[in-house]
Structures are given as structure tokens and as C-alpha cells.
Design a binder for this molecule. Structure first.
Ligand code: NDP
Length: 311
């Protein structure tokens, strides 16, 4: 390990709504937080377009703009924001030791894990091209923009099923594309999906290409994995709901994770299995996954860190 170069009362790893809200509260509590922004500064919201469901923005705001404002607000109270990725942590000793890819090693009295969860994507070039222009990873966030239109959702798990039924309330028609002939979702969710008249199941199909023009998505070309036949589904939006991956690799042997590798927190708190280490936002939440809930738990984490330091 490199030589210890600095110390911090509160070190925050990750810069989505959870991390920045923790920073705002920690800075105002005089903890002089240091935040490492991580792989995707600003987090998942920086890959969306309009955010219309965050209270306080009656006219909406773009995800990247909103995250810039979170950052400004955190800095206004003295948060030190660093671009860089934390590569290793050692929570077995106190202060905790955190190493980053900028060559710094920090001795931290408290750590707030806010590294989020990344949506899994299909991996097509055209999916990347139309990201934020019709391709989305969150129906709750973006479904509203497709009111009265036809959309495609890909996936067969509980998330896809839940999002398909949500979209069906807003959209004219929802094509649910699944690579097998049977859903993975719970029986109750399957029942709901299969009994919603404007959801059309497209079984045994995998997206091949996202079709579109300068204005965004116009459809999705899918291929039947059994017959090899292709078909174009006309739609203005493609929702990818094939799962999320919590960004917890570096914490695997340091704090308790659940069977899906999300950080386990004590119910009603952000306390992890290590005292003084807290977790907020999507890295500990595979249920709500909203900016506002991440911000809420970020606030909790900072208050709990302050109390821990004062105790
Ligand atoms: P899952 O891993 O359960 O499901 C992912 C789905 O995407 C599967 O149907 C899978 O297909 C499909 N898939 C994966 N990769 C690809 C790919 N490359 N191309 C096409 N399809 C793909 O993820 P979820 O996000 O749905 O759920 C995660 C966990 O959260 C689950 O345990 C779920 O039960 C839980 N959850 C619970 C909810 C609730 O209780 N209300 C709501 C949402 C989630 P295949 O089936 O063939 O593997």
C-alpha cells in the first residue's frame, strides 16, 4: 500500500444523488467530506434526459444539469470533490484505509458507500446511439414521455414485468420482448402482465437493432431465437429491463452483501455490518432505485456518520 497521504473525517465514495446529498449534509455538519466521484461522475442520472419526478423542479430538468447542481451545492459548503475511482478499501482497521486511482491513500474515520448500481444493457451499437433519445433503463423515470405511444420493453424478470404494467397504463401498446418462452418474474407479476390487454408478449425474441432517425427511436428489430426470423416492431421507446449490477466489487470481503451483491444495511438505517461505514442509494436498494430515495438515504447516512463521530 502506498504511503498514507491524508486523513478525512468522512469519505464518500460515489457521486449520484445519494453521494452528493450525503456530502451536503456532512459538509454542513462540519465533517469536511471528501468525495470520490467514481467511474460515472453524477451517476446514473447523467445518462437520462429529462428528470420530471424530482420535487422542486416544476418545469423538469435534465439529469446532467441536475447532478451539476447537486455538485455545486455540495461544494458550496466545503465538500472536496475529486474525480477518481476508489480501487480498494480496508475496513478491518480504524481509521479505515481507502486507496484511489489518483495514487492517494486516505485514512477515513467514516466512509459512506454511494457507488450505485449500473443498469445492464444489451450491448448493441444502436442501443448506445439512441441512449436518452428513446432508449431508457427506467420506465418510472421516462415512461411519461411516451404517453399514448407504442413502446418496447426487453426482459422477463420482475423489473420488466413491473415496468411493462406501469408502461401499459400510459402507453397505447407495450411489446414485451423476452428471449425465452416463459417469464422469470413471480407468478403474481406474470399473471398481471399476461392479463393486461395492451401488453403483447413477443416470446423467444432478442433485439437485434434499435431503429431510428435524427428525432430518436422509431422501432426495434427483433430476431426469433428459434426460427432466426426477424421482425420490426414500430415503437418510439425501448426500455431495457434486464437487471442491475450493484457496484460492490471492492467491498465484497469488507461489508456484508446480500445474495444479489447489494450492501446489507440495518433496517431503517444506513449502517452496514461495519460500524462507521454507511451505505446509501442504489448500492443498498434494489427496490425503489429513484433519485429521491437515494437522496433521502444519503441524508440519513451523513446524519448517522455525524452521530457516530460524536458518540
Ligand atoms: P432478473 O435478473 O430477475 O431478470 C432479468 C431478466 O432479463 C431475465 O428475464 C433475463 O432472461 C433477461 N435478460 C438478462 N440478460 C439479457 C440479455 N442480454 N438479453 C435479453 N434478456 C436478458 O432482474 P430483475 O431486475 O427483473 O430483478 C432483480 C431482482 O429483484 C429479482 O430477484 C427480482 O425478483 C427482484 N425484484 C422484485 C420486485 C418486486 O418484488 N416487486 C420488483 C423488481 C425486482 P432469462 O429469464 O432468460 O434469464
Amino acid at each position: 500500500m502506498s504511503e498514507l497521504t491524508e486523513s478525512a473525517r468522512c469519505l464518500i465514495i460515489g457521486s449520484g444523488p445519494g453521494g452528493y446529498t450525503a456530502a451536503i449534509y456532512a459538509a454542513r455538519a462540519d465533517l469536511k467530506p471528501l468525495i470520490y466521484q467514481g467511474m460515472q461522475p453524477g451517476g446514473q442520472l447523467t445518462i437520462t434526459t429529462e428528470v420530471d419526478n424530482f420535487p422542486g423542479y416544476p418545469k423538469g430538468i435534465t439529469g446532467p444539469e441536475m447532478m451539476e447542481q447537486f455538485k455545486e451545492q455540495a461544494e458550496r459548503f466545503g465538500t472536496q470533490v475529486r474525480s477518481g475511482v476508489v480501487t480498494a478499501v480496508d475496513f478491518s482497521k480504524r481509521p479505515f484505509i481507502v486507496t484511489a486511482d489518483d495514487g492517494k491513500t486516505i485514512a477515513a474515520e467514516t466512509v459512506i458507500i454511494a457507488t450505485g448500481a449500473s443498469a445492464k444493457w444489451l450491448g448493441m451499437e444502436s442501443e448506445k446511439k439512441f441512449m436518452g433519445m428513446g432508449v431508457s433503463g427506467c420506465a418510472t423515470c421516462d415512461g411519461f414521455f411516451y404517453r399514448g405511444q407504442d413502446v418496447v420493453i426487453v426482459g422477463g424478470g420482475d423489473t420488466a414485468a413491473e415496468e411493462a404494467t406501469y408502461l401499459a397504463k400510459l402507453c397505447k401498446k407495450v411489446y414485451m420482448v423476452h428471449r425465452r418462452g416463459e417469464l422469470r418474474a413471480s407468478k403474481a407479476m406474470q399473471h398481471k402482465v399476461l392479463n393486461t390487454p395492451n401488453i403483447e408478449m413477443v416470446w423467444n425474441n432478442a433485439p437485434e437493432e434499435v431503429l431510428g432517425d435524427d428525432n430518436g427511436v422509431t422501432g426495434v428489430r427483433v430476431r426469433n431465437v428459434k426460427t432466426g426470423e426477424s421482425r420490426d416492431l414500430q415503437a418510439m421507446g425501448l426500455f431495457v429491463a434486464i437487471g442491475h449490477k450493484p457496484n460492490t466489487e471492492i467491498f465484497a470481503s469488507q461489508v456484508d452483501l446480500d445474495e444479489m451483491n447489494y450492501v446489507i444495511t440495518k433496517p431503517g438505517t444506513t449502517q452496514t455490518s461495519v460500524e462507521g461505514v454507511f451505505a446509501c442509494g442504489d448500492v443498498q436498494d434494489h427496490h425503489y432505485r429513484q433519485a429521491i430515495t437515494a437522496a433521502g438515504t444519503g441524508c440519513m447516512a451523513a446524519i448517522e456518520a455525524e452521530r457516530y463521530l460524536g458518540s
